[in-house]
Design a protein around this ligand. Structure first.
Ligand code: HEM
Length: 508
């Protein structure tokens, strides 16, 4: 036993040293990207106090807008401002559109889905989803009906809870989940439905950052290489159990669709369309290619995962900012009253007339930066940004949060200042002016698939809520608690820690 442990210990030491002292050859004319090494073996881990994106922002002040960190034993390239993010993800999109492949995720998802895939399967499936969503009117009037419908359900619920303290983070997700569900499976769920409860639970379990095993795998490549560690991992067992349940829930849905689908129709939702394409491929070539049942299961699960929490969290931040800045809330209400009135529900056609409201909404997107580091990218080949060499297979984080709080771009980077998005016209009126540096949905080939749907949900829900209610904190919020909330949290999603609000009809 001691002998085996000694061999294993020596192997670990050799592996660590070989990683730390690994030399890289830099092609002529290119420079090595600056690096923050941190501690031996642990790298910068002990230095990270608070949210990762904030620490990376500090580092970009020291190293410049492109640098590397040693995260555990893994080198990560950081794109630290708008220019470097754009140069990499847009100008060099072919190289930077890979995803970091985590063995653990591949195992539990049977290497299916879209969010963590790249290459031909990803591009076929991404084009397919985008086409279906476009056909079903994403960003157009069909989806507007769906979004307005869900918004009415929300308003009814808020009506029934008027004047009470509401945990908004518990109220809102069912409505954003139902909008995605309508596109995917043409269904809406009650909050108490065990299927939607389970989907929410499974998404929470897969995205929660306290998951030490996932972190270890990301930070220490040895975990990815060692099949022994992976095979006997309790984590794998528990996640396999969770994902086999996910499979069962979506499998039942797919079987129901298969039974009811008219194969001569156009289909009513994403699942139908997928099955039609699967059938077409199988009839014409005998091979379904990437259109397998497993792909359908995990792709639909990921659409829920990527879509519902991001949108509901953005609305949560909106309530926070509106409660904090009552004068701004009042100005938004007055503009809504002017343009839409009290009775009619907002439509996307109203957007262009709501200059101030749009500026406020963009400012909320900027300061909330709900997905601060997006989803990790990978380079397919050796490349460079600003003459800094970036080798093939680099893990890349785009710090969207840094871009959104960059003092070189924003006049008041950490203050709530809707004027960032307003310009004065000749007649002295203030007009909404979008800024290309606001990129909460990412940019380039991996830009968010659901952006136009999310923007529609955000607009209809935000305007409808403020049209009907005055929103306020449920208790006195100190400056320090507000600032702490603004600093954000660890994790893939930045959420507002302040969740309790009171909704009352207007008394301006
Ligand atoms: C406010 C709401 C949302 C925000 C802030 C947001 C943000 C993002 C970001 C930052 C990315 C990663 C970009 C990158 O890799 O650099 C992303 C990817 C993605 N989002 Fe969203 N998203 C939102 C809503 C949605 C919705 C409603 C859906 C589904 C209908 C959705 C589906 C996806 C998918 C499938 C991907 C992965 C795309 C790929 O890897 O090719 N998102 N989103």
């Amino acid at each position: 036993m001691i002998f085996i442990l000694s061999i294993f210990g020596l192997f670990i030491i050799w592996y660590c040293f070989s990683r730390v002292f690994k030399r890289r050859s830099i092609p002529n004319g290119l420079k090595e990207t600056p690096i923050e090494y941190g501690w031996p073996i642990l790298g910068i881990i002990p230095k990270i106090k608070g949210p990762m994106q904030n620490y990376l922002l500090e580092l970009s002040r020291k190293h410049g807008p492109i640098f590397r960190i040693r995260l555990g034993m893994r080198d990560v390239v950081i794109l630290g401002n708008y220019q470097t993010i754009r140069k990499a993800l847009v100008d060099d999109a072919q190289i930077f559109s890979g995803r970091w492949k985590m063995k653990l995720v591949s195992v539990v998802t049977h290497d299916s889905g879209i969010v963590f895939k790249d290459g031909p399967v990803w591009s076929t499936q991404r084009s397919f989803i985008l086409k279906v969503l476009r056909d079903f009117g994403m960003g157009k009037s069909i989806s507007q009906d769906i979004v307005q419908g869900e918004c009415l359900f929300l308003l009814n619920e808020l009506d029934s809870l008027q004047g009470e303290i509401i945990d908004f983070s518990k109220i809102i997700p069912i409505y954003t989940a139902n909008i995605i569900s309508k596109f995917i499976m043409n269904k809406r769920f009650d909050r108490s439905d065990p299927r939607i409860k389970f989907i929410e639970y499974a998404i929470f379990q897969t995205s929660k950052q306290s998951d030490i095993v996932q972190r270890l795998h990301l930070m220490f490549p040895i975990f990815d290489k060692s099949t022994i560690i992976s095979k006997f991992n309790l984590w794998i067992t528990s996640k396999l159990q969770l994902f086999s349940k996910v499979e069962r829930v979506f499998h039942d849905e797919i079987e129901e669709h298969k039974t009811n689908l008219d194969y001569n129709s156009e289909g009513d939702d994403l699942i139908d369309r997928f099955l039609l394409e699967q059938n077409r491929l199988s009839q014409s070539t005998g091979i379904v290619e990437s259109f397998t049942d497993k792909q359908l299961i995990f792709m639909t699960f990921e659409m829920f995962g990527a879509g519902y929490e991001t949108t509901s969290t953005t609305l949560g931040w909106s309530m926070l900012f509106m409660s904090r800045y009552k004068d701004i809330q009042k100005k938004v209400y007055e503009e809504i009253l002017n343009v839409i009135g009290e009775e009619r529900m907002p439509t996307m056609n109203d957007k262009k007339s709501l200059n101030y409201t749009q500026a406020v909404m963009d400012e909320i997107l900027r300061l909330s930066s709900v997905a601060p580091l997006g989803i990790f990218h990978r380079t397919f080949n050796d490349t460079s940004v600003d003459n800094y060499f970036i080798p093939k297979n680099s893990l890349v984080f785009a710090n969207y949060y840094a871009c959104h709080t960059d003092p070189d771009i924003w006049l008041k980077p950490v203050e709530f200042y809707p004027e960032h998005f307003l310009i004065k016209c000749e007649n002295d009126e203030l007009k909404y002016s979008p800024r290309e540096e606001l990129i909460p949905f990412g940019i380039g080939k991996r830009q968010c698939i659901g952006e136009s749907l999310a923007r529609m949900e955000y607009f209809i829900f935000f305007v409808s809520i403020l049209q009907r209610y005055q929103v306020d904190f449920s208790e006195n919020i100190s400056d320090s608690l507000f600032e702490e909330t603004l600093r954000g949290n660890e994790g893939i999603i930045r959420y507002s820690k302040i969740k309790n609000f009171i909704f009352k009809t207007h008394n301006y």
